[in-house]
Design a protein around this ligand. Structure first.
Ligand SMILES: [Zn+2]
Length: 472
């Protein structure tokens, strides 16, 4: 009986090892592309580059030329190794958006003549209170699919409360859990409940955080409600975030007209504890010199959102000055109601061109720097760079396959310049997350085809409810 059990264990173990051996045979080799790893220190593309990706979805090897001559790959290629030929294509890490509000995706074009506050009045304050069950979830899915189609493989979803109940608020997080796009969720604490309830809810969500190549939930963060309120709420939120090891991000210094009032808040924000590497500021367009020096020294970061800052007429941050001062800079596309196209290629192009127009020369940041800002640097700000943001062994195999000939951009003289100056998301031939192709030719695997009609019905209902309500 005992011996029989022993052999059953041995046979089971051999079975497991057999499976592991065959898993190696299921590695995939992507080869022949012009490859941007965007790892630090690497500014040029690798010609005839390759990636070896495990069945689990992590990068095993990165190189150029003959893969079988690579010391890591050597001996691993078998007849069973799938090979994807990417000759003529450009491969780069998936874009990372460091500041987004996914639910806003169904409100594009709203308040086209408005700066931040008229725009907020038209969107959040006119329609925000009329959302009903299921709206936040459907709108969040719409926004995530849209970003994914444009090549954003990881997003920071700065969620909003708006709904009238906790289950309704939670729809934003739950929607993303079931999507392929990776995300860091910026949580809003409910007003009017105790700090103990905040903590218990955060711990419940945090317990589900198990980052892996097959997991979309990469991190939990805080969008502090206290940033816009008096009293000690912000202090309490920052203390709780630090207790749980979470980052925070707040909107700060966005519209020029409000810069004097925003700057006047700086002593209060500092007293609440905003200085530190775990706090980033979305926008941060109009700091004074002393403030810039303080945040750079403390290790804070800012997220630059050129499309949104242009759309709302908010202004152009002095990115060159920030980098020279040592401030960490990431990039975001913001919500799709203020960066309506949500295209990271447009975001890097507009950002770079705006800086060059202001400085009236082409010095400073170059195309490859823009690509790194919107990938690795942003991943660092979000605290997820150990998994995403560049293509290196051990990281998740999240990458874009870009075809500069569909639509045709002509011969490629300089691959980084072609990406930033000449390509758009229409050139994204495929998006891979964890080594799996999730977008091909603009179509997302498993996308809910009824979603467009669903959100149209939902928005029509919101418009009808808002029209029937007494004017504020
Ligand atoms: Zn925002």
């Amino acid at each position: 009986m005992c011996v029989c059990f022993f052999w059953r264990v041995v046979v089971a173990a051999v079975g497991v090892w057999g499976l592991l051996a065959s898993a190696r045979a299921e590695e995939t080799l992507f080869r022949g592309a012009t490859l941007f790893t965007l790892v630090d220190g690497e500014t040029a593309a690798r010609n005839d580059g390759f990636l070896l990706v495990s069945e689990e979805g992590t990068i095993e090897a990165v190189g150029a030329g003959d893969p079988s001559a690579d010391p890591v790959v050597k001996g691993r290629l078998t007849a069973g190794t799938a090979t994807v030929d990417l000759k003529g294509k450009i491969v780069m890490p998936g874009f990372v958006s460091g500041h987004s509000h996914l639910w806003q995706s169904v409100f594009r074009g709203i308040a086209p003549d408005g700066e931040l506050h008229p725009w907020l009045r038209a969107l959040h304050w006119r329609y925000g209170s009329f959302l009903e069950d299921g709206d936040f979830g459907a709108f969040t899915r719409h926004g995530a699919y849209d970003q994914l189609r444009h090549g954003i493989t990881t997003t920071y979803n700065h969620s909003h409360w708006l709904g009238k109940s906790y289950p309704r608020y939670l729809e934003q997080w739950q929607a993303e859990l079931n999507l392929p796009q990776r995300f860091v969720f910026a949580w809003v604490n409910e007003a009017g409940v105790t700090d103990a309830v905040w903590e218990e809810r955060l711990r419940t969500v945090q317990a589900q955080l198990k980052p892996g190549p097959r997991s979309s939930f990469l991190g939990l963060s805080i969008n502090p409600r206290g940033a816009h309120m008096g009293g000690d709420m912000l202090t309490r939120e920052i203390a709780l975030a630090r207790k749980l090891g979470l980052t925070l991000q707040l909107h700060y210094l966005e519209p020029l007209a409000e810069a004097p009032q925003d700057r006047a808040q700086w002593p209060r924000l500092k007293e609440a504890g905003v200085l530190g590497r775990d706090v980033s500021f979305a926008h941060f367009i109009h700091p004074d010199a002393a403030m810039l020096a303080e945040v750079a020294k403390a290790g804070n970061a800012m997220i630059w959102n050129p499309l949104s800052n242009g759309r709302l007429g908010s202004g152009l941050p002095d990115i060159r000055g920030y980098l020279a001062a040592g401030l960490r800079v990431g990039m975001g596309v913001d919500g799709q109601a203020s960066a309506d196209i949500s295209d990271p290629f447009e975001n890097v192009r507009l950002g770079l061109y705006s800086l060059r127009m202001r400085q009236q020369n082409a010095g400073g940041l170059q195309p490859v720097d823009m690509l790194r800002l919107h990938t690795l640097r942003t991943a660092e700000v979000l605290g997820v760079e150990r998994w995403v943001g560049s293509l290196a062994p051990g990281k998740f195999a999240d990458f874009l396959v870009i075809d500069p000939q569909h639509p045709g951009t002509g011969p490629v003289w300089d691959a980084a310049a072609t990406l930033v100056f000449a390509c758009s998301s229409r050139n994204v031939a495929a998006v891979y997350i964890g080594g799996r192709k999730v977008v091909a030719g603009g179509k997302i695997e498993g996308e809910d085809t009824g979603l467009t009609a669903d959100v149209e019905r939902r928005v029509a209902r919101i418009q009808a409810r808002a029209a029937a309500a007494p004017k504020p």
